[in-house]
Design a binder for this molecule. Sequence first.
Ligand code: ZN
Length: 143
Amino acid sequence: MGDNIYNEVLIDHNLHPMHLHDLSCATCSNDGLNPTCGDSLSLHLNIENGVIKDGSFTGVGCAISQASTDIMLDLIIGRSTEDALHLKELFSKMINGDISQEEIDELEEAGALQNISKMPARVKCALLGWDTLEKLLKEEGAK
Ligand code: ZN
């Protein structure tokens, strides 16, 4: 993906975050903190029978953390928790710069964040929502 697409996707999700709101039907929530940047997000999910029916986030953060979390929610709502964890694995691989083109295609719009792998200072911002998701799903799975 070129830099233009990367910028457009980020700007769009930053100006119009679809999932930045409270979630009254949430069945679980978890907080994520990235002190190096000052990003502080809470992730809220409605999980029924192993499927993520709805999700949202609240809190404050930089453009990258907010856009990345918004894109993530677009991708995982309607999927099984297993699929969501698989996508998290792919996203981490991409950010670590170790991913195939097929795997990037699986990440759909989140693939636009690939360039973050070249910006070490922003890696934690891009991963914050995803790390919070993983923590939340593993806690839920352990119940
Ligand atoms: Zn940040």
